[in-house]
Write a protein that binds this ligand. Structure first.
Ligand code: ZN
Length: 410
């Protein structure tokens, strides 16, 4: 039985890998040598070729990295590597909390160290070659250290708390864990900009000037306070531009990248801002948070049904069942369910993007948003012709051409 489960896990991992390659292949086939008619007036011939080369470099990179991870994971599974790690953590401590933290800590550390060369290559070679990279070596190193610190502090604490509940509340642990994780998630949604972002970036309120004046009129008219608009130094890492809406209620804010402000005229910036205000007006952050809380609850409940079954641990080669081995096997088995859940969240997210676009088009100007989106896509060398199936599975934002079409209908 444990053996069957082992091969189910292996099949899921292989399926994930080959399914991604299949979607990549569909995406690659969409590129034609000469500029497609739909992209005339958006990409010049030269920019189109550059975006194609960038796309290919990224895809090749993900193939190499994906193959490396696949081979490594299968190797670890076939030599019962996780069971060996289980034996090691058992020899270190009798406490389930310490064992669990050590178990995932070791896996996380090894995975991170092995992925670092890939991340270096992506940042300094690929992104560098296309002129996007602005990250210095010291920023890269400090980012790494800070994300380790956060992973240990936040990940370690939450995992420790979940294990403690598992030990002391038995079958109700999922409910208590859900409560704690929900409160923590809401806290992070509220304070993300004040606690996490400052570790990595500088944010400053929008300064007096023509931009603020341009934005002010629109913001006031739609009931958004200008003091909740911030500029972030995205240029510290990349020349790519972006903007986002974050937080809830009184802690909401719109964040514009400095790179966006440098590249776009005022009317386009107001249009982007109008899109972000659209997310706020349509309560997308609130519904998004509720949805992710519901998903977490569902996941924890399913986990609680299976976690005490020693088969999970035995499938990974252990002789005894344990919480952390069960959790790991569950995580591997759960990936097809995750794929389905992500289809749903991506669909909702794309629908929200259309709604925010519509808000901006109706309350400001559809043409300014269209030209802003075009400029953003060209500057970021985006793939403007993704395969519909790839979009269906992986895109949280609709592709540019669909957004333009929907904006033109306003
Ligand atoms: Zn949006």
């Amino acid at each position: 039985m444990a053996n069957t489960l082992f091969y189910i896990i292996v099949s899921i991992i292989l399926f994930d890998f080959f399914f991604d390659r299949f979607l990549d292949y569909l995406n690659l086939k969409r590129w034609s040598v000469s500029l497609p008619a739909e992209l005339e007036g958006i990409y010049s011939d030269e920019k189109y070729r550059e975006s194609m080369n960038y796309f290919r470099a990224k895809q090749k990179f993900s193939l190499v990295m994906g193959s490396f991870s696949l081979i490594l994971l299968l190797f670890v599974l076939f030599i019962n590597g996780f069971a060996l790690l289980d034996e090691f953590v058992r020899s270190v401590s009798d406490s389930l909390i310490i064992r669990t933290l050590l178990f995932f800590g070791v896996i996380g550390l090894i995975a991170d160290l092995l992925s670092t060369p890939f991340s270096l290559y992506n940042t300094f070679v690929i992104e560098g070659r296309y002129g996007f990279n602005k990250t210095t070596v010291s920023t890269f190193i400090f980012d790494k250290l800070k994300s380790w610190f956060l992973a240990i502090l936040i990940g370690g604490t939450l995992l420790g708390v979940v294990v403690a509940f598992y030990e002391y509340t038995g079958k109700w642990f999922w409910l208590v864990a859900w409560g704690v994780i929900s409160m923590f998630t809401l806290f992070m949604v509220m304070f993300y900009s004040n606690i996490i972002v400052p570790l990595f970036n500088k944010q400053k309120p929008l300064e007096e000037g023509t931009l603020r004046m341009g934005i002010n009129e629109f913001a006031v008219r739609t009931g958004f306070k200008v003091k909740d608009i911030f500029i972030i130094d995205g240029s510290k890492r990349s020349s790519k531009a972006n903007a986002y809406f974050t937080g809830l209620g009184p802690r909401k804010r719109i964040v514009l990248y400095d790179t966006l402000i440098n590249d776009h005229p005022v009317d386009e910036l107001v249009a982007v801002l109008a899109h972000e205000i659209g997310h706020y007006k349509r309560k997308h952050n609130l519904t998004g948070s509720m949805l992710s809380l519901a998903q977490t609850g569902l996941l924890l409940y399913i986990l609680s049904v299976f976690i005490n079954n020693p088969l999970l641990s035995q499938a990974l080669g252990a002789s005894n069942g344990s919480f952390y081995m069960g959790l790991l096997a569950f995580g591997l088995l759960f990936s097809p369910v995750n794929l389905v859940l992500s289809l749903f969240t991506n669909y909702i997210s794309r629908r929200n993007e259309y709604a925010a676009d519509r808000f901006a088009g109706e309350n400001y100007n559809p043409d300014s948003l269209i030209s802003a989106l075009k400029r953003l896509s060209v500057n970021n060398l985006s793939n403007l012709m993704p395969h519909p199936l790839f979009v269906f599975f992986h895109y949280s934002h609709p592709p540019l051409l669909s957004r333009i079409k929907s904006l033109k209908n306003i």
